[in-house]
Design a protein around this ligand. Structure first.
Ligand code: HAM
Length: 414
């Protein structure tokens, strides 16, 4: 076999540098908000996803890497991380005292999807979940963090698309009104929508079929059928977003492809993404903790696709800044022992130096340094060894100078 599994790719070089940059920004920004990192296993019992993401969702119905392990238990490679985080919170009894719990994660997810630009079968997400608070304030805190994170990475043309998907209690009224609307023009909807009207009518709203989208013109909105508390929640959320200058548009057709959402649902689109325009999505999921065996706990969160985010950043800013470390090239046995000693001092002082350990002719080392894009070669030959210096070659210009060993830290920092 000479290729990686379809839809799964190696991360290296520039793309990986963007990933690292994004991850470092996430640790910094989320840490400032008091969020703590959690890492859950990639494999979970299949039930964890069936009971949360939902049997009727595309993810569970078609996209899961699901198999029997050697003990005949059905396990699944996580298609998302919210369910796993909730499972972990319940397992560790972290929600019993009703303290707010703020968590974030990053890692690979797996969905057996049709390939497209920015859509993979192993992809990466960074997500944040806040447990224990039902208020619109907690949503805006999380969204402000999200926007600070994205803006910290230099993203500007972002739009928050917002809806409320109601509660299990308010949905029957919407479903009834929607059913009547659907029946009056049923022949204009696709086969999938005819299936959805029985299983999960709301999902018809985001059918990708243009004919169905046209047929939806004038549809009853979920917001119209919200109970009073959900309506007040939605209004307050919009007020707070406005106060914080977080721009949003209301989108009555936004329903999200996972079944656990209640009230607030949202996506952030980036115009730089083309067909795969959803950079991230999330919302409130007040019923999920209980559904997975925990105490009744409100929750809100979102996850962003790292692959897509890195793609947008590359489009906007080009290559992630990177400078290879200078190459320290000792010539001869005595010099190579000294070079090891010197390099060790410099490494522990936090300097970046790569050591040539091949003992090869200088020309070969310089050729490699050039191919690796290095800017400086620090050469330790016999003459330099005796004087306690290095011959420093600037590889781009060919200019050469001499540095005393003691001066190297300040010179490299400069
Ligand atoms: P999701 O909308 O399924 O939500 O995924 C979130 C993001 O993951 C998407 O907006 C997209 O950027 C990225 N993504 C999804 N599938 C792929 C793929 N095949 N290739 C590349 N990127 C992909 C969730 O996963 C929820 N757990 C979000 C959440 C957290 N809701 C509450 N808390």
């Amino acid at each position: 076999m000479s290729s990686s599994v379809k839809g799964m790719r190696d991360l290296w070089g520039d793309e990986l540098r963007w990933f690292r940059r994004i991850e470092e920004t996430a640790h910094r920004v989320f840490g400032a908000h008091g969020y703590r990192e959690i890492r859950t296993p990639i494999l979970e019992y299949t039930e964890v996803f069936k009971r949360s993401v939902g049997d009727s969702s595309d993810i569970v119905a078609k996209e899961m890497y699901e198999f029997l392990d050697k003990g005949d238990r059905s396990v699944t490679m996580r298609p998302e991380n919210t369910a796993g985080v909730v499972r972990a919170m319940v397992d560790h009894k972290l929600l019993v005292n009703n303290d707010p719990q703020l968590l974030y994660y990053m890692g690979p997810m797996f969905r057996y999807e049709r390939m497209q630009a920015g859509r993979y079968r192993q992809f990466w997400q960074i997500g944040a979940e806040s447990f224990g608070v039902a208020s619109p304030e907690s949503e805006v805190e999380s969204l402000a963090m999200l926007f600070d994170f994205l803006q910290g990475l230099g993203l500007k043309s972002l739009s928050l698309s917002l809806n409320s998907v109601g509660t299990p209690e308010s949905r029957p009224a919407f479903n009834a009104a929607f059913r009547a609307f659907f029946d009056a023009r049923a022949d204009r909807f696709c086969e999938d929508c005819h299936r959805r009207i029985e299983t999960n009518p709301m999902r018809i709203l985001d059918c990708k079929n243009p004919g169905c989208q046209a047929a939806l013109e004038g549809h009853p909105t979920i917001v119209e059928f919200l109970d009073d508390a959900s309506k007040a929640h939605h209004t307050r959320l919009k007020e707070l977003l406005t106060t914080l200058d977080i721009p949003f548009t209301e989108n009555s057709r936004l329903v999200r492809g996972l079944d656990y959402y209640t009230r607030t649902a949202f996506e952030v689109l980036s115009s730089d993404l083309g067909a795969q325009s959803a950079l991230l999505g999330g919302g409130r999921y007040d019923g999920l903790v209980k559904q997975l065996g925990g105490p009744d706990t409100p929750a809100f969160g979102w996850a962003i696709g790292l692959d897509r985010l890195a793609m947008v950043l590359k489009q906007l800013h080009g290559e992630a800044p990177f400078e290879p470390a200078p190459l320290l090239i000792p010539l001869g046995e005595a010099a190579s022992a000294k070079a090891l000693q010197l390099a060790r001092e410099w490494w522990s002082a936090g300097l970046r130096v790569q050591l040539e350990t091949r003992g090869c002719p200088l020309k070969k080392s310089l050729q490699s340094a050039n191919r690796m894009g290095m800017k400086l070669a620090l050469i330790l030959g016999d003459g330099e060894f005796e004087k306690g210096t290095l011959a420093v070659k600037h590889l781009e210009t060919g200019a050469q100078e001499e540095w005393a060993w003691n001066d190297v830290p300040s010179r490299l920092k400069g």
